[in-house]
Design a protein around this ligand. Structure first.
Ligand SMILES: [Zn+2]
Ligand SMILES: [Zn+2]
Length: 280
């Protein structure tokens, strides 16, 4: 199925923007409760970053047919980034090809870990029961890969067990996804390597789990703040910061307040809302 993003543009659609665990209720209706799943769009191409619970509405929307192909690049394998695979409709369509990339295991693929997820007693089915043809591709964060019409540069992130950041490039446009990631040192001083990785990107989607006032209590947990994300965007001369991986205890009111504070330092910054999209 073709995307409707114009040739020469890269789009991002936020199917899931929550971190740690999915949430629901009227107090979350504005920003949404599904965990991380981002669709990257360019011309007739698309791929997904992560397979959190947000991949379930993506799969319901995508009329997968035999012969179609879905590429998923995983930031890492924590549950909030893979749990949606269990109910991802394209996996249950015979003849669909699903390619799953993973870069934080020293070159190993996600196959062993995901076979554990797809096995009793955790789940009634195994991959042998999955009709789609699933391929697992491992690489090392820092290497460049290419799939679904995108040149994809990668960068190791600071997270317990590791994680991979992605920079998608196409026809001179670039878009970066950095989650899960904890900034190091002073949040106002962006990491130089990471700023170089992000330089000139039209948008950075960034792990802004914690409000700066909360962060001290969670140092070492592997997540960051909108303040550190804004410093990174400014250092990288990236015009737009999209904050993602919202903490499960941050309701719409709290996130709207964090977004107001972000815009005082970065007018084009925003906290991503589930279902919304942005084009660079
Ligand atoms: Zn996470
Ligand atoms: Zn994580």
């Amino acid at each position: 199925m073709a995307s409707d993003v114009e040739t020469g543009e890269i789009g991002i659609r936020f199917w899931g923007v929550r971190g740690s665990i999915a949430v629901s209720g009227p107090e979350y209706a504005g920003f949404g409760g599904h965990t991380n799943c981002l669709e990257i769009l360019g011309g007739s191409n698309r791929l997904l970053v992560d397979a959190g619970s947000g991949i379930v509405p993506f799969g319901a929307d995508w009329r997968a047919e035999a012969g179609e192909r879905l590429d998923i690049v995983l930031t890492h394998l924590h549950h909030d980034h893979v749990i949606g695979l269990l109910l991802c409709a394209p996996l249950f369509v015979p003849g669909v090809e699903v390619n799953i990339y993973c870069g934080h295991l020293g070159g190993a693929s996600a196959e062993d870990a995901l076979r554990t997820l797809f096995s009793p007693p955790l789940f009634p089915l195994t991959f042998a029961d999955i009709p789609a043809k699933v391929r697992f591709i491992g690489f090392r964060a820092g290497e460049e890969i290419s799939t679904a019409g995108f040149r994809i540069r990668t960068h190791a992130l600071n997270h317990p067990g590791g994680a991979t950041g992605y920079r998608f490039e196409r026809q001179g446009k670039a878009l970066v996804v950095l989650t899960d990631h904890e900034h190091s040192g002073d949040p106002a001083n962006a990491d130089k390597d990471l700023a170089a990785f992000c330089r000139g990107a039209g948008l950075i989607a960034y792990d802004a789990t914690y409000d700066p006032a909360e962060y001290a209590a969670y140092r070492g947990w592997g997540h960051s703040t909108w303040e550190a994300g804004a410093a990174l965007a400014l250092a990288a001369e990236a015009p737009v910061l999209a904050c993602i991986h919202h903490a499960p205890d941050h309701d719409d009111r709290k996130l709207a307040g964090m977004e107001r504070n972000l815009t005082t330092v970065l007018p084009n910054g925003f906290f991503a809302r589930q279902g919304s999209r942005f084009t660079v």
